[in-house]
Structures are given as structure tokens and as C-alpha cells.
Design a protein around this ligand. Structure first.
Ligand SMILES: *Cc1c(COP(=O)(O)O)cnc(C)c1O
Length: 469
């Protein structure tokens, strides 16, 4: 299995190199040269298998032999043993034709754990084989930092530094990061804003000498292996509901387009999927694209579903690559235009091709709250605000009643207790694994908003730097 860049100018790479590279050298995103194919019989044969076994079957072709099957099975089992539900991603029925796929049973209560728990272990495995170490640096406004830290904690060949703006994350978010006391985890409370944190991370990557000496790397949402890990639960959910012999659709609350692109991957591998409904909050760049064929940026507005408050859906480039006939030069032209003018468009035929698979819906704040309230009243189920955007979008999509519709629940309601309580009068409890979060010991370092100070902090602690010295 080989991977090509969406911009067509970077070297074709195998799985291990794609895993460690993240972004391609030409600025593009890596995608498989061709999709592995599963027949209807292959899919039927998944019925009744545990999550980890379906995961091995679905992901093995993407490795191209880079990791032996038994070794890979052990890594997968270890990754999903961190989830506190035996089914890993269980389905819950909401009404006659709608199910919620709970992706929040991992260590940080959000769906990013599904991919990151595997990614951290894959990094460690490949680095050990190569005798290399990396230093992960990242900025967080609260949510993604904890998932990355949980993925990297105690890894032999990875050190992780996460910058958060001091005093500007919620207490739960901060404690989820700072109560991880592993030696290779370094939390920095920066005297500054989230944008300051992001600027410092960018500046560290742009300092080529520093980047090389530290072996800087990222585990951000454009990494191919994250998409690969997310393809799995589309198979497990569809098979549990009777696929390939029953019609199934998915509704995905969407930000960066990573999760719903994984669904497109599953469909491209032969899983029959009737429709992929893309749910947006008030930051509706994708909904506007599916309505018009024009992708045009707008300022970000804060919402009740903050993990979807983004202006540019970076993983959309992977779909664009297919819509433009896998022409890297055409993708490059569109992305350059987007950067220069804040917009690009596709032709009517290309839009029609997208709409044969996708539908886009926007759900505003009132609609989000009304959905949390209504579902609580009619089924006694608590939705977090992101998942509520998914449920409302599924309803707006008006799919036929004989289609089993799966809504992806991307966060546990206890991650957003204020909105949930306001809508339902019911404050969700943290699950047992986090019930002592408020009394756990914390460890963090405060630093000024100064590149030199942050670089010195990293250089002193990163094991990759010590070996280079
Ligand atoms: C990251 C995130 C999303 C958006 O997922 P994408 O892959 O970026 O589309 C939705 N909900 C929650 C809770 C998230 O953390």
C-alpha cells in the first residue's frame, strides 16, 4: 500500500513514513493510492466479531505489511482496552430508525481517543523499530490537548509538550491534562491566549534547526492514521445493524471533516452507505459548500459545540482530490486560491458528484438546545451539544424510514455539563473513571509568552534533544 499527496508533488510513501510525516512535504495530505476492497461476503463475515478483530481486518490492508498481523493485533487490543465499554463504540437506539454511536468511552470522553489511542502506540512501535525518538508539541484551547496527552503518556519514544492558555480552559479540561503525571508529559500554562500558544508552536516548527534537533512532530487531525482508525467504527456499526443487507446512513457532527471523511473511506472500501449527512453548527462553511458548490471562509463564532468552531475544514482537501479527478495540480490551484481570496468553487458536475453521497445541514444554537431537551424528554438520553447538532441534522435530512440512521456521538454529555443542564435541568455526572478528577494531583509549568523561554523549556526536557547533543 502506497500513499500519494493531494497536491501531487511530494514523494509517494509507505505506511510508516506517512504515519510519522503527518503533512506531506508539498503541503498536501496523504491518501491511499487505491482503496482496499471488501465484498458483501467479507462484510457479512464481520458479524458478531469483537471490535478489535473488525479493526484488524479493516486496517491491515492499509499497513502494506509494515507491521506483522499478530503484532498489530496486540497493539489494537492494547489501545482499545483503555475504553470503558466492552463494545468500545456501542450503539444506543433513540427511536424507530435512529441510533447513536457512542464514541466517547475512551480516557478523555471524546471521539478523538478512538484514533489517538492507536496512533500513540503506532508511533511508539515504529520509532522503536527505527531507534528514533520524537517530540510532540501542540497548542490546545482545552479539548484536543488531553486526548493527545492520553495517547502519548508513558510511551517510550515520545515526549509531549502541550501549551494551554493559563486560566482560559475549563477546570475539567485543565485537570484532564495536568493530572497526567507521566515523566514524558509536559504541560505548559502560557501567560497568553490560545492564539499565542498556536503562534509559538508554529514558530517552533518554522525554526528548522530547532525542529530537526528536537525531532518535532505533531499528532494533528490531518495524520492519515487517524482517518484509518476512524474507518473501523463505520464498519462495526453498519454490520451490527445488518449491513450489507440493510440500508444504513450516517450523520456526523463535523469540524475538520476528518470523521466524515473516514465514513467516505469506509464507503469507498465497499461498505454500502445510503447517505453521509454532514452536521455543522453556526460555523457552517461546509453546509454552505454543499448548498452552493463554493467554499468560502467566514469569521469563527463561538458556539455550544466548540470542537466544531473552525473556519477551514482541512480534511476536506482529501475529498476535493477525488472530486477533481485526483489531479494534484488542480487541488493545488484551488487551495492557493482559497488562501489568497478566501474561496474556491467546484463545477456543477463535481458538486452533483458530492451530493450523490453527502448532504449538509446547519444547526443554530437554539436548534442545538431544543434537540438536547427534546431527546431527553422523549427517550431519557442525554446528548452533548456536538451530538445534538448531529441528531438535528439527521432529522433535517429527511431520510426514508427504512434506512437505519446512525448519529455519531462525539463527546460525553459530562464534558459539556452547563449546556446539558440548561437544556434538560439534569446535570450529567462524570463517569467513574474520572470521578476523582477534582482531587487528583496536578503538575504544570507556567511560562511567559516568549519563544526563547518555551524553546529552552522543551530543549531541557526532550529526550530526542539529549541524544542529539
Ligand atoms: C473534534 C471534534 C469534532 C469534529 O470532528 P472532525 O473530525 O474535526 O470533523 C466533533 N465533536 C467533538 C466532540 C470533537 O472533539
Amino acid at each position: 500500500m502506497q500513499y500519494v499527496s493531494t497536491r501531487g508533488q511530494a514523494p509517494v510513501l509507505g505506511f510508516e513514513d506517512v504515519l510519522l510525516a503527518g503533512l506531506a512535504r508539498d503541503g498536501g495530505l496523504y491518501v491511499p493510492q487505491s482503496w482496499p476492497q471488501f465484498s458483501a461476503d467479507d462484510i457479512r463475515a464481520m458479524r458478531g466479531l469483537p471490535y478489535s478483530e473488525i479493526a484488524v481486518r479493516v486496517m491491515l490492508p492499509f499497513l502494506g505489511g509494515a507491521i506483522a498481523e499478530d503484532e498489530f493485533r496486540a497493539i489494537v487490543k492494547d489501545a482499545y482496552a483503555t475504553f470503558d465499554h466492552a463494545a468500545v463504540t456501542p450503539l444506543v437506539q433513540l427511536d424507530q430508525s435512529n441510533w447513536v454511536l457512542e464514541l466517547f468511552h475512551g480516557p478523555t470522553l471524546a471521539f478523538k481517543d478512538v484514533a489517538l489511542q492507536l496512533l500513540g502506540r503506532l508511533f511508539d512501535h515504529v520509532l522503536a523499530k527505527r531507534g528514533e525518538r520524537v517530540t510532540i508539541v501542540g497548542a490546545t484551547s482545552g479539548d484536543t490537548g488531553s486526548a493527545a496527552i492520553e495517547a502519548c503518556r508513558d510511551r517510550q519514544n515520545v515526549d509531549i509538550f502541550i501549551l494551554h492558555p493559563k486560566g482560559r480552559t475549563s477546570e475539567v479540561q485543565r485537570r484532564q491534562m495536568t493530572s497526567v503525571l507521566s515523566d514524558n508529559v509536559h504541560n505548559v500554562a502560557l501567560h497568553g491566549t490560545f492564539d499565542d500558544c498556536q503562534d509559538l508552536v508554529k514558530a517552533m516548527f518554522n525554526d528548522v534547526a530547532f525542529r530537526d534537533r528536537m525531532g518535532l512532530s505533531a499528532v494533528n487531525s490531518i495524520n492519515w492514521a487517524r482517518i484509518m482508525a476512524q474507518i473501523v467504527y463505520y464498519f462495526t456499526a453498519a454490520v451490527a445493524l445488518g449491513a450489507p443487507d440493510r440500508k444504513v446512513a450516517f450523520t456526523v457532527p463535523t469540524g475538520n471533516f476528518g470523521n466524515v471523511y473516514a465514513a467516505y473511506g469506509a464507503r469507498s472500501m465497499g461498505l454500502p452507505i445510503e447517505k453521509l449527512v454532514v452536521g455543522s453548527n453556526s460555523n457552517d462553511i461546509l453546509a454552505r459548500f454543499f448548498a452552493s458548490g463554493t467554499m468560502s471562509a467566514a469569521p469563527v463564532v463561538p458556539t455550544l459545540s466548540p470542537s466544531m468552531d473552525i473556519q477551514i475544514s482541512s480534511n476536506f482537501e482529501r475529498l476535493l482530490f477525488d472530486l477533481l479527478g485526483r489531479d494534484g495540480a488542480a487541488v493545488t490551484a484551488s487551495m492557493n486560491r482559497f488562501r489568497a481570496e478566501g474561496k474556491f468553487e467546484v463545477t456543477e458536475a463535481q458538486l452533483a458528484q458530492a451530493l450523490a453521497i453527502f448532504a449538509g445541514h446547519r444547526v443554530d444554537e437554539a436548534g442545538t438546545m431544543a434537540t438536547v431537551e427534546e431527546v431527553w424528554k422523549t427517550s431519557g438520553y442525554l446528548l452533548d451539544p456536538h451530538t445534538a447538532v448531529g441528531v438535528a441534522s439527521a432529522r433535517a435530512a429527511g431520510l426514508p424510514a427504512d434506512v437505519a440512521t446512525v448519529i455519531l456521538a462525539t463527546a460525553h454529555p459530562a464534558k459539556f455539563p452547563d449546556a446539558v443542564e440548561k437544556a434538560t435541568g439534569h446535570r450529567p455526572d462524570l463517569p467513574p473513571r474520572l470521578s476523582d478528577l477534582y482531587v487528583r494531583e496536578e503538575r504544570l509549568s507556567e511560562l511567559p509568552n516568549d519563544l526563547g523561554a518555551v524553546q529552552a523549556f522543551v530543549a531541557e526536557r526532550a529526550r530526542a534533544a539529549k541524544e542529539a547533543a
